[in-house]
Design a protein around this ligand. Structure first.
Ligand SMILES: [Zn+2]
Length: 204
């Protein structure tokens, strides 16, 4: 009996409405992230390895990497301005729901962001992912009709919360993350019930 109580004890019991600082979600249209997604999608091959992308996006690059950075910054003006435009739409939709979504994420997962700042980088392509487990970075782009940005971003933020707090295999954690997205979508009024859509799940 005693051990059961102990195992149930939680150090992170958050009450709704409690005055607590929420994570800072920063929206950006970053050429480097756009280039990363372009290579991932086979749109343009920069010949950069996954390890090097990780370094570049983490900003822990060395002198040799600087050349790549300059190369990328020189181009992609069109893609960058398309991303800026999309960023305005997404950021506006997010800001209307940010406080609720962040509070619900904490309430549902009982954990916090270890690094209280998350970058949400907008790309002008179809995208929704967390590229690296050790990086608090979300990539969001165009989403399918019928999907909403607040629950899509909530899904990706849940990935970051899980990466930072739990040691789970992708196959194990993804069903939980999907359920968190469903719950948030229902609370937002975006879906009438869990999995209330016909289009296949493309989120990763
Ligand atoms: Zn996912």
């Amino acid at each position: 009996m005693e051990s059961r109580e102990k195992s149930q004890g939680s150090t992170s019991n958050y009450a709704m409405g409690e005055a607590i600082a929420l994570a800072k979600i920063e929206f950006q249209a970053d050429k480097l992230v756009i280039a990363y997604v372009m290579q991932l999608r086979g749109i343009k091959d920069y010949g950069i390895s996954r390890q090097k992308w990780n370094r570049l996006l983490k900003k822990t690059h060395n002198g040799n990497d600087r050349q790549w950075l300059q190369e990328i910054q020189k181009g992609l003006d069109e893609e960058s301005s398309a991303a800026e435009k999309l960023k305005e739409t997404i950021e506006q939709k997010w800001s209307q729901n940010e406080k609720s979504v962040l509070t619900w994420l904490r309430q549902l997962t009982k954990v916090d962001f270890r690094i209280p700042k998350v970058r949400v980088c907008i790309v002008p392509f179809a995208a929704g992912q967390v590229p690296f487990k050790d990086l608090p970075l979300v990539v969001v782009g165009k989403i399918r009709q019928g999907w909403g940005y607040p629950e899509t971003i909530a899904h990706e933020l849940a990935h970051i919360l899980f990466n930072q707090n739990f040691q789970l295999e992708d196959e194990v954690k993804h069903p939980y993350i999907q359920l968190i997205e469903e719950e948030i979508a229902v609370r937002l009024g975006a879906r009438s019930k869990y999995f209330d859509y016909l289009i296949p799940d493309f989120a990763d």
